[in-house]
Write a protein that binds this ligand. Structure first.
Ligand SMILES: *Cc1c(COP(=O)(O)O)cnc(C)c1O
Length: 362
């Protein structure tokens, strides 16, 4: 299952899912939850306690828009793919105006273009970016864009769902005000949670925003400090998924983040080199723009995406992801996320593709 999420979970995660489900106010669970928040804070390399929302990462992204974007905000939405474009509907729902800076979905956002957009519209107060727009397999320059936005003074919301844990991407290093990720991509755990880091000034803006949801499942503010034993949870946490996340964070720390990132990068490099050797074209216009956590390639002639996907699955037992939105029908994607980021899996995929493609030219 070399899919772009959910991914095959690590064995430690699977084992943790079998732990007894405790009452959420059981003192043991309260302490456990506080410990998981602390482990996540360390993984995020942040000085501020993160929050966990109880729903797959789209919940966290929508909640971030609802919490941070107020009726006076002008939002610069950076669009290099399907997820970046999708943020527009939430930004538009909560903000005064959405300004779009878009590139074709096989390119990445240029920090200089962001600087110019901010210069043209000094009233832009919030910027949103999808770090790795998974349906395109392209990686945007997060740290450079973050520095540019910080210089301007705007707030920055980043969807790091399919990048965090697979490469060096952290909220404070990139000046991000709300950074959202999921356990079900590079951390190699289950879908069902949103992992969110909010900056100090981000929390202040949320508290000032009278329109930010309160008393709602969409309320990010409701989860602030919920990990402190003695506080109440806004809703019952997904107990088993918290166990799974704990195991995934332990595994990440034990292997060492730098080693995990190197494993992702090496796997992706093998996949790209193998595809190019087969004469298959990468979807991103430049190889340097390819994400180390997913490799998107164009469908070789004579096949549809579904035909090639099905042959890989039925004849070789390898499942890749199709494109999504505007990349549907144009690409197949090999994910390198968590347990699937193994050089051996990239090699097997290339061998399988090679056998299918060579037979079709006979
Ligand atoms: C997987 C993913 C999400 C979460 O989307 P789901 O549909 O909930 O899986 C958000 N952003 C990106 C970039 C993703 O890859």
């Amino acid at each position: 299952m070399l899919t772009t999420g959910p991914v095959p979970v690590y064995p430690e995660v699977l084992k943790a899912l079998g732990s007894p489900v405790l009452y959420d106010y059981h003192p043991t669970f309260r302490q456990f939850y506080a410990d998981v928040i602390e482990k996540l804070r360390v993984a995020f390399r942040s000085s501020i306690a993160p929050v966990i929302m109880q729903g797959e990462a789209i919940l966290g992204i929508e909640a971030a828009a609802a919490a941070l974007i107020g009726g006076n905000d002008v939002v610069l939405n950076l669009v290099s793919g399907v997820y970046g474009k999708g943020f527009e509907s939430w930004a538009g729902r909560y903000g005064k105006e959405v300004v779009e800076l878009a590139v074709p979905f096989d390119e990445i956002i240029d920090p200089q273009a962001v600087r110019e957009a901010l210069h043209r519209r000094p009233d832009i107060s919030v910027v949103s970016l999808c770090h790795h727009d998974t349906p395109s397999g392209t990686l945007n320059p997060l740290n450079e864009i973050g520095a540019t936005v910080a210089e301007h003074g705007a707030y920055l919301i980043v969807d790091a769902v399919s990048s965090f844990g697979g490469l060096d991407a952290h909220p404070q290093a990139a000046h991000v005000d709300i950074f959202i990720t999921s356990p079900s991509k590079c951390l190699g755990s289950t879908p069902g949670l949103s992992l969110i880091s909010v900056s100090e000034r981000g929390w202040e803006k949320i508290e000032r925003n009278a329109d930010a949801p309160r008393g709602s499942f969409l309320s990010l503010a409701a989860w602030k400090d919920a990990s402190i034993p003695g506080r109440t949870f806004p809703v019952t946490p997904s107990i088993a998924e918290i166990y799974a996340l704990d195991a995934a964070l332990d595994r990440y720390a034990l292997e060492g983040p730098e080693n995990v990132w190197a494993r992702h990068a090496e796997t992706a490099a093998i996949a790209r080199a193998g595809l190019l050797e087969l004469g298959v074209t990468l979807w991103p216009k430049r190889e340097a723009w390819c994400a180390p956590t997913a490799t998107a390639f164009k469908i070789p002639g004579g096949y549809t995406d579904v035909e090639l996907r099905d042959r890989l699955l039925n004849e070789h037992g390898i499942l890749l992801s199709l494109g999504r939105g505007d990349t549907t029908g144009k690409v197949l994607r090999i994910a390198h996320m968590g347990a699937s980021a193994e050089p051996e899996f990239a090699r097997k995929t290339i061998t399988a593709l090679s056998s299918i493609l060579s037979r079709s030219t006979d």
